[in-house]
Design a protein around this ligand. Structure first.
Ligand code: ADP
Length: 354
């Protein structure tokens, strides 16, 4: 009996050792912590990346010895959301994605994955798109400029070809401009902020919509708030006008379009509502992806680039805001930009005349 128990113990110990050796060899940082957040074990990568020394740091509270900003609050909150990008305390060249994985009796594994290579590739992709767009801009401007000099009706035998050339060069120019806008937004952490006067902005959006619609739709403004927004006027205009242009382009003749601005104590809501084609639910989660279109032909026919909603999403993100979409096929869609209360500015007092 004794001998069997000893054999079992030896087998168990070697199994535990094998597990530890395997975990120790992982390239990701791994720290086992107990219910008081004290370090019970960590692997070699955790020593290097998180700046821990074996065995000195065993028994220490992890949030006192791992120098990641905000780690204490993050662990205290249960760490349900991962920390997507932190600089490794043990190696400033390395970026880590941090996760907290709970296991038996309030214990947890702190996992730090080296995401430096992924970030590098992401940067290469971003730079590539920005460079290609930039390089295409000049030749396209030249082609577009020359085509604009020729009046198709003056050369009847080539009239339809010239019109098609013009349309396609305009489309390409718009795609390049949209890609450059996206590259710029991608590279920004924050945008310059000033008062965005909503009254004039709504009137401009209405004029844009009327210009695009050319009398084919009924367009209204529903502004129940006098508040302005704090943000980047140029970028917010670009986001809102993308929504307005979509509403016009995806609403058949005779449809209604409303541009609404309302605020309450929770924040502000700029919504563009239409009675257009609508979108079926399975497409909604993917609408803001680059080049995602519900119907490629409809998007092309109406001069779409497939980048508009992606620009909207980026601009809103940089304002701490988000997009909400409600849509029903055949009934219409509402695209609403939701802003937090900290973005609202009360109307400016009118200057008293002397
Ligand atoms: P596009 O340039 O193709 O319009 P967007 O990024 O602006 O690209 O929109 C993505 C897709 O979402 C569009 O191709 C279209 O299918 C759909 N969509 C956007 N706005 C509306 C709308 N108001 N009504 C119906 N479909 C829409």
């Amino acid at each position: 009996m004794k001998a069997r128990a000893a054999r079992r113990r030896t087998a168990l110990v070697s199994l535990v050792r094998a597990f530890r050796d395997a975990a120790a060899a992982l390239p990701d940082a791994l720290v086992a912590i107990d219910d008081e957040r004290r370090i019970r074990w960590f692997n070699t990568a955790a020593g290097r990346l998180l700046g821990l020394t074996w065995p000195d740091h065993l028994g220490h509270r992890v949030d006192e010895v791992v120098a990641i900003p905000g780690i204490r609050e993050w662990i205290a909150s249960g760490g349900a959301e991962s920390l997507p990008d932190v600089t490794a305390p043990g190696d400033a060249e390395v970026h880590l994605g941090m996760r907290l994985i709970p296991y038996a009796d309030d214990h947890a594994l702190l996992l730090g994955r080296d995401i430096s290579q992924v970030l590098r590739l992401e940067k290469v992709r971003r730079d590539f798109v920005a460079n290609v767009s930039h390089e295409l801009r000049t030749p396209l401007t030249v082609v577009h400029g020359y085509l604009d000099l020729i009046e198709p009706e003056q050369i009847p035998e080539y009239e339809s070809i010239l019109r098609e050339l013009r349309n396609q060069s305009r489309r390409m120019t718009q795609i390049v401009e949209d890609l450059l806008t996206l590259s710029r937004l991608d590279a920004e952490d924050a945008l310059p902020e000033t008062r965005v006067a909503m009254g004039p902005l709504l009137r401009t959006l209405m004029r844009d919509a009327e210009g695009l619609s050319r009398g084919r739709h009924e367009i209204t403004i529903e502004a129940t708030s006098e508040h302005d927004l704090l943000g980047s006027p140029k970028d917010l205009y670009s986001a809102f006008s993308n929504l307005v242009s979509n509403a016009v382009r995806y609403t058949p003749v005779g449809g209604r379009i409303a541009i609404a601005w309302q605020t309450d104590t929770n924040g502000g809501r700029l919504a563009v509502r239409d009675t257009g084609h609508g979108i079926s639910p399975q497409h909604l989660p993917r609408l803001t992806e680059r080049f995602y279109r519900v119907s490629t032909s409809r998007s092309r026919e109406t001069g779409g680039t497939g980048l508009g909603l992606s620009i909207v999403k980026h601009v809103l993100q940089l304002h701490g805001a988000h997009l909400e979409v409600h849509s029903e096929v055949g009934a219409g869609s509402t695209f609403a930009c939701i802003f937090g209360a900290e973005r609202l500015l009360p109307p400016e007092p009118l200057c008293e005349e002397a």
